[in-house]
Design a protein around this ligand. Structure first.
Ligand code: F0G
Length: 391
């Protein structure tokens, strides 16, 4: 059953529907009475939690089961007791979107849909393209022209999606996709589709399964605001099922030039979309997050918050994570560490608490951002003498 988060109206799950008649966002209601307690720390992978996932079909590339690292070096440097990263770049197409797509594309097949569509800043398009290929159905992906990282574009192309650049930003592309899905009978797999979030909520399950406890805080990047909503739903379900007795704070980080949630949170508490979002973290270059209501509720209910970070802070954090911990993530993902560092500086964070940063996408998605800012030295002659000369 799907339920509107605004008015509570319910809809059957075998109907293609993305929003309530009142315009509100929908969420899947999961029957938790008989769900099995599988949280034994072993064989962690997305479909281990199938009791919580409302689809029967399974289009899978073996997603989830991503590593959870203790950041030994950085936690010392930042003076924190317990700092972890959940590295979602280790998913099949290199981002957390695969969790949403294994469930979303499975749902598309259950509904009898043979065409799927999304708007994307890159990762969603790569992921949808891969899962549609696996399912043998057609994918259409609309991307902001010139504002998608090279690796992601290459993925969407090679997986065989119809790639459509749009003159405009992500929000413009999404508005076309919403109309297309209503009029052309293609199934929309952006994160306003509640089944996408049913896959992504498994990040919460894996964190609990891998740690064996619930961390005090989850820190993650926010773009269209689906993931923060999904992870919060996952923790709430664990709680409702009686498997955990505490909940983490949800801390959402946006890029300064695309930070309507952080601005509203810190200011008038009134959400105003950003008309011209801009940031080097192209994955989260979004001015009008479609799931902002769910995300707001997640921060509010959990006692969390929203913060924003500058492009400079993001790039610094990206370097830091790679050079101190050996984890290379794309800029949007590094905003979680950048946010943590900023909040620590401001003095808002308690260094005795535990923190899990979510890094959402692999660094190789966007190699240009590194190479463009680095000048390689002149080549040397192939002799030991020449090599000694540069040491
Ligand atoms: N990090 C990365 C690497 C992303 O690709 C995205 C979203 C986010 C964070 C933010 O997640 O939207 O759930 O708040 N990328 C989408 C896309 C918009 O099209 O790939 P969110």
């Amino acid at each position: 059953m799907l339920r509107c988060i605004e008015c509570g109206r319910e809809y059957p799950e075998d109907e293609v529907r993305y929003r309530c008649e009142c315009g509100g966002l929908l969420e899947a209601v999961i029957e938790l009475d008989n769900v099995e307690n599988v949280f034994d720390g072993r064989n962690v992978s997305l479909w281990k939690y199938r009791g919580f996932i409302p689809v029967e079909r399974r289009v899978s590339l073996d997603e989830g089961g991503t590593p959870l690292y203790r950041l030994e070096n950085l936690q010392k440097e930042l003076g924190m007791r317990e700092l972890y990263v959940k590295n979602e770049g280790a998913n099949p197409t290199g981002s957390f979107k695969d969790r949403g797509m294994t469930v979303g594309v499975s749902k598309a097949l259950e509904l009898g849909m043979d065409k799927v569509i999304c708007a994307s800043t890159g990762n969603t398009s790569a992921s949808l393209a891969a899962y549609a290929a696996k399912a043998g159905i057609k994918a259409y992906v609309l991307v902001p022209s010139g504002k998608i990282a090279l690796g992601k574009l290459a993925q969407a192309i090679v997986y065989g999606a119809k790639v459509v650049p749009v003159r405009g930003n992500f929000d413009d592309a999404l508005s076309v996709v919403v109309k297309a899905s209503a009029e052309l009978g293609v199934y929309m797999l952006n994160s306003i589709n509640p089944f996408r979030l049913e896959g992504q909520k498994t990040i919460a399950f894996e964190i609990y399964d891998q740690l064996g406890f619930v961390p005090d805080n989850i820190v993650l990047p926010v773009g269209n605001a689906g993931n923060i909503s999904a992870i919060w739903k996952g923790f709430k379900e664990l709680h409702a099922a009686g498997f955990i007795d505490k909940l983490p704070r949800m801390i959402g980080i946006q890029a300064e030039g695309a930070s309507p949630l952080a601005r509203a949170w810190k200011g008038e508490k009134e959400f105003v979309p950003e008309k011209n979002p801009e940031t080097i973290a192209t994955a989260i270059r979004i001015g009008n997050p479609a799931n902002w209501r769910k995300a707001w509720m997640a921060a509010e209910e959990s006692g969390g918050l929203f913060e924003s970070v500058s492009d400079g802070e993001i790039l610094q954090a990206q370097r830091l994570l790679a050079s101190k911990e050996g984890i290379f993530v794309e800029p949007a993902s590094a905003s979680s560490l950048a946010g943590l560092i900023k909040l620590r500086k401001i003095g808002i964070l308690d260094s005795d608490e535990s923190y899990v940063l979510i890094t959402t996408g692999h660094g190789l998605k966007d190699p240009n951002i590194i190479v463009e800012n680095f000048e390689l030295p002149e080549p040397i002659e192939p002799t030991l003498e020449a090599f000694k000369g540069v040491l």
